[in-house]
Write a protein that binds this ligand. Structure first.
Ligand SMILES: [Fe+2]
Ligand SMILES: [Fe+2]
Length: 180
């Protein structure tokens, strides 16, 4: 099994594919076509449940350990944590906007598209920061044994979360849909 850095990196790969699919569906909506609403609902769930309740808490376990080991990393970790909260709020706004469209409440199409594009850009920016700065730093500062221990701790902390199990199923389904 990969260690926690490998798991997070692989989840980022999944998230990038989900974002690409989201972009495609938002593009359809923008052009006045009917997007795949079922898929959009699953994508909203992916960000609310899987990113919010599984991926980010897993990162928090790694970041806590890294902040203790490397005080220089504390600032960037603080920013990333704040971003997790902002991203969770934005995922909620996206899900609410989608629910309004599905209930046929009149909402502005350009406003929804702009909000979704903003969410996509912010997700990508966050993910790039983690991939470029945080994960390599964690790899450099934490020993193999420390990473094994952190991986175990994170998996124990998350094992009770249905969101992680359900999220994995959802991620697989979305990955399949993204290839269609
Ligand atoms: Fe993150
Ligand atoms: Fe992440």
């Amino acid at each position: 099994m990969s260690d926690i850095i490998g798991i997070i990196h692989s989840e980022h790969g999944t998230t990038m594919r989900v974002l690409a699919r989201l972009e495609k569906e938002i593009g359809r909506f923008e052009r006045g076509k009917r997007p795949n609403f079922e898929l959009l609902k699953d994508i909203a769930d992916y960000f609310l449940a899987y990113s919010g309740q599984c991926h980010h808490p897993r990162e928090d376990v790694l970041y806590d350990a890294l902040a203790k080991k490397s005080p220089g990393a504390a600032e960037i970790i603080g920013d990333l944590r704040e971003e997790h909260e902002a991203l969770a709020r934005q995922a909620g706004t996206f899900a609410d906007g989608l629910a309004s469209i599905l209930m046929e409440v009149e909402i502005s199409r350009p406003a929804f598209v702009a909000m979704a594009r903003n969410f996509i850009a912010r997700q990508k920016h966050h993910l790039a920061l983690e991939e470029k700065n945080l994960l390599p730093l964690a790899r450099a500062k934490l020993s193999k044994e420390e990473l094994e221990e952190i991986t175990r701790r994170a998996e124990d902390a998350l094992s009770g979360y249905g969101a992680c199990r359900g999220g994995k199923r959802l991620a697989r389904a979305l990955e399949k849909a993204s290839q269609e």
